[in-house]
Design a protein around this ligand. Structure first.
Ligand SMILES: Nc1ccn([C@@H]2O[C@H](COP(=O)(O)OP(=O)(O)OP(=O)(O)O)[C@@H](O)[C@H]2O)c(=O)n1
Ligand SMILES: C[C@](O)(CO)[C@H](O)COP(=O)(O)O
Length: 250
């Protein structure tokens, strides 16, 4: 059943990336950066619509370069980005039709997300009615320090820390209420889950692949490109040896 609407936020300036046109359309392993995320959601049998959030004045450009050439089977709609990531996710959530039970919010700048990881996160939420949402992420592997201006005050137990990524999947009504409350309170979070958490919502961390990297600075392109090219080559080899019967992704 296609109960999930995906919101792919691609409305940032990419100031840390430093490219005048942003990073969304930069070619990575032969495709625009943002296209990889849309492809991963397009392949999920749970996803019935994809909303791409992008700057209003760049909608035609992004549609023409990153969406239309790929003939996705899932309907793709657009919403206008806001000044902050949170304003952009809010636009996507408000544009999500009521008929969808869940909304999966993902950074267009995380091109390595896989359909398997998306489906696993959705599956955890669907099978746990007591949850309001799930967050893909990684348990902390480094020893963590609390430090002000570099001076360490303590070493907290890392077993309780997770590095949050996207997708983050929520019940649509919970996410709508969380955004409304955030606007009322003037709260600005660094991810979507924090909006639900502050209302007492129950959100579970779900382990996703360690390589679900976000392209933030130009140096991030090198590992991301290598991983994507590696996956394409693996898919072609599997095709050649008859291990899989679906078409290669390149
Ligand atoms: N107003 C904004 C800001 C961010 N994003 C999106 O949120 C994701 C995560 O943001 P980040 O990687 O930090 O992107 P930018 O905001 O573009 O980068 P920077 O902070 O360096 O300007 C990206 O896919 C970005 O396009 C968005 O849709 N709208
Ligand atoms: C939502 C997020 O991807 C979680 O890691 C992240 O917070 C978004 O971008 P930023 O780099 O923190 O601005």
């Amino acid at each position: 059943m296609q109960s999930v609407c995906a919101v792919v936020v691609s409305g940032g300036n990419g100031s840390r990336f430093g490219n005048p046109g942003g990073k969304q359309l930069v070619s990575v392993a032969g495709r625009p950066l943002m296209t990889w995320s849309i492809m991963a959601f397009d392949r999920s049998s749970h996803v019935g619509r994809i909303i791409v959030v992008c700057p209003a004045n760049r909608r035609a450009e992004m549609r023409g370069l990153a969406v239309d050439p790929y003939e996705f089977s899932t309907p793709v709609a657009f919403a206008d980005a806001g000044e902050t990531r949170q304003a952009s996710t809010r636009a996507g959530v408000l544009a999500t039709p009521e008929c969808f039970e869940l909304v999966a919010i993902h950074d267009g700048a995380r091109p390595l997300i896989t359909t398997e990881a998306i489906d696993r996160a959705i599956g955890v939420l669907v099978s746990n009615p007591s949850l309001d949402g799930v967050v893909c992420g990684q348990p902390a592997i480094d020893t963590l320090k609390i430090a002000a201006r570099g001076l360490i005050s303590s070493t907290p137990p890392r077993s309780v820390f997770w590095a949050a990524q996207t997708p983050q999947v929520f019940r649509l009504d919970a996410m709508r209420r969380a955004h409304a409350r955030a606007v009322e309170d003037g709260f600005l979070g660094t991810d979507d889950s924090s909006l639900v958490e502050r209302m007492g919502g129950r959100v579970l961390c779900v382990e996703s692949p360690r390589d679900n990297l976000k392209v933030t600075v130009p140096e991030d392109l090198r590992p991301v490109t290598a991983i994507l090219l590696g996956r394409m080559s693996d898919a072609e080899s599997a095709q050649d040896t008859g291990i899989i019967s679906t078409p290669p992704i390149a």
